[in-house]
Ligand binder design. Structure first.
Ligand code: HPA
Length: 233
């Protein structure tokens, strides 16, 4: 038992998919896994373990933002010996060519969060994905003809920014999309020597101001989940 995850040792698989929304974790577990058991309900942050084509896998909600995600990622790695973490999330496009429903694979994750500077005594750590997972995910998504894009992402601490144009700085530097979690996932994976990757579906665009509805959101996540499942084994 850790502080925020009420699972016993061995309840959680070595590979865990993490989603900001615990109901997405539930949706994924019920849709894709067999022999599913729920190992966590603490704070409504559901976690499930089951099988996919004979492989054991867990799916865990993390909540939104770096602080909440960092709590679950720390506990999964330190208390439950998790070795591979794949985020399945949503993001907002920062580029005209990144469209709604596109699958964005986060190669690196910049941040405006002070967590990076706190950890590295005022210096910056370049948080990046595991290349093996990235290569595998990209190859699978290309084969499936999913609209996949690989590149830089931004993990912001601020959803409702004081300056509504603040995203344009990151856009000018070629950052594809914004979300709120991957930077800490990649940094913690580096710290503990495990593998991590973020797969993101574009749910809105800061460029065009379009957004997909919450029902459409659920359906459009399937291409991302299939890509995540292709990483098993
Ligand atoms: N901003 C930050 N995080 C997000 C967004 C966004 O527009 N869309 C999905 N996650």
């Amino acid at each position: 038992m850790s502080i925020h995850i009420g699972a016993k040792p061995g309840d959680i698989a070595e590979t865990v998919f993490i989603a900001g929304d615990p109901l997405r974790a539930k949706y994924m577990a019920n849709k894709y896994l067999s022999d599913v058991s729920c190992y966590n309900e603490v704070r409504g942050m559901y976690g499930y373990t089951g099988n996919y084509q004979g492989k054991r896998i867990s799916v865990q909600g993390t909540g939104m933002g770096i602080p909440s995600t960092a709590i679950y990622v720390n506990e999964l790695i330190r208390e439950y010996q998790v070795k591979t973490l794949v985020r399945i999330g949503s993001c907002g496009s920062l580029q005209p060519h990144i469209k709604l429903y596109d699958l964005v694979v986060g190669m690196s994750a910049s941040t405006d969060s002070s967590i990076n500077k706190l950890q590295f005594n005022g210096m910056d750590f370049a948080a990046c994905a595991d290349f093996g997972l990235l290569h595998k995910a990209y190859t699978f998504a290309e084969q499936q003809k999913f609209p996949v894009k690989v590149g830089h992402i931004l993990s912001t601490d601020v959803f409702y920014d004081e300056d509504p144009e603040a995203w344009k700085l990151w856009s000018r530097y070629g950052v594809l999309a914004v979300e709120m979690e991957s930077n800490c996932l990649y940094t913690l994976a580096a710290k503990y020597g495990i593998q991590a990757l973020s797969l993101l579906t574009v749910s809105d665009s800061l460029v065009t101001k379009e957004a997909i509805s919450s029902e459409e959101r659920e359906k459009s996540f399937d291409q991302m989940m299939q890509t995540a499942l292709s990483l098993l084994g």
